[in-house]
Design a binder for this molecule. Structure first.
Ligand code: G6P
Length: 365
């Protein structure tokens, strides 16, 4: 069937808006909602695995970075993760019988495919988190964990990313249960948190008018910084990537704690600093980094929830997303990242769905 933009100005806008629905489909596939369990894919025995390798490129790599926190925390598995173009050339010591997870929207990215083949040659089992079931990466995998995002047309990945997160979150919970790190009660609580995500995403999308106004400030910037800690760190990286991909504004994502080791030198009133900070265990630390930015005249855009907004006090702008379990916050906080990049690019008049020099699927090394 022909895919069209419907009533949206760009595919990217349509794909951002589709997220509650497609993340819901993806979760329904990977969770057994009747029994509040996460499904373990056929042929993967987490109880006997002692570590994981994860590899991907671009936005898919950031989904992998988030997943590392989840696998370590919920399943107590060490995770070796690297971008695909580096992974195989590093020649990491891999283990026969170990599990490698490749993440790819298209399933055709040359570096990810080469890494898959490298891991296979080392005797590893391959699982892929993939949006195109007929793709080369999906066909070459022992287990395919589908993301049910539907066709993604905008070059900058949006709904595929949150569906990758949903899939990996379910997998990490399944691994935790199989390895007896999580009790049935823990699993119930985490599955319940995941089930709430589509509704929270719908709520989060209501920030669009506020973000559209904010984008006008961004459109006049030459540089922007994005900061986060824990699972919000890869979301900061993804926010910076989205902005540079489609608005061509130079943006960098940093771990909030690294601010002092370099990027703080860039701060002045012309550099907006996006701080991704759900009110979780790391909140106070991130806010103290935020205050260092403010003390130097930096323009802080804080993305947090209602509790966080009260504690953080005054900022240049605060975007308040719905309160969620800390576990699922990456799925929620990804949305303001996408909307901010999108509206900045629209305001600047760039070709949002087909940004210069970029390809949807990179099939050369
Ligand atoms: C390109 C796309 C990105 C994507 C990356 C990895 O750079 O523009 O949006 O994240 O490739 O693609 P994949 O299909 O492997 O997820």
């Amino acid at each position: 069937a022909m895919i069209d933009k419907g009533n949206y100005r760009h595919f990217m806008a349509k794909e951002i808006a589709e997220q509650p629905e497609v993340v819901g489909h993806t979760l329904a596939h990977h969770l057994d909602m009747a029994n509040m369990r996460a499904r373990v894919p056929d042929g993967i025995d987490f109880a006997t695995l002692d570590r994981l390798a994860i590899s991907a490129c671009g936005t898919a790599f950031y989904a992998g970075l988030v997943a590392r926190y989840w696998f370590e925390k919920f399943a107590r598995m060490p995770v070796d993760i690297d971008i695909a173009s580096e992974f195989r050339y590093r020649e990491p010591p891999l283990k026969e019988g170990g599990l490698a997870i490749m993440i790819s929207q298209s399933g055709e990215t040359a570096d990810t495919l080469a890494t898959l083949r490298h891991c296979r040659e080392q005797g590893m089992q391959i699982a892929s988190v993939c949006n195109v079931p007929t793709s080369t990466i999906a066909r070459d995998s022992d287990a395919v964990l589908p993301t049910l995002a539907g066709p993604e047309i905008g070059v900058a990945s949006t709904k595929a990313f949150t569906c990758q997160l949903a899939t990996l979150a379910a997998l990490a919970v399944a691994a935790g249960r199989a390895r007896k790190v999580l009790t049935a009660e823990d699993e119930f609580r985490l599955v319940n948190a995941l089930i709430e995500v589509p509704r929270l995403m719908t709520e989060t999308l209501k920030l669009e008018p506020q973000i559209e106004r904010l984008a006008k400030t961004f459109a006049h910037s030459r540089d922007a910084l994005y900061l986060g800690r824990g699972t919000s760190y890869p979301i900061a990286l993804e926010g910076a990537l989205k902005l540079k991909e489609i608005s061509y504004i130079h943006a960098e994502g940093y771990a909030a704690g690294e601010l002092k080791h370099g990027p703080i030198a860039l701060i002045d009133e012309d550099v907006p600093v996006v701080v991704v900070a759900p009110f979780d265990q790391l909140f106070e630390k991130t806010v103290s980094n935020m205050q260092e930015v403010q003390a130097r005249g930096g323009k802080v855009v804080l993305i947090t929830d209602a509790e966080g907004a009260i504690v953080a006090g005054e900022t240049f702008e605060t975007l308040i997303v719905p309160t969620s379990y800390a576990f699922v916050s990456p799925l929620i906080y990804a949305i303001p990242m996408q909307l901010l990049a999108y509206h900045t690019a629209v305001f600047m008049g760039t070709d949002v769905d087909q940004p210069r020099n970029l390809a949807k699927s990179v099939t050369v090394e």
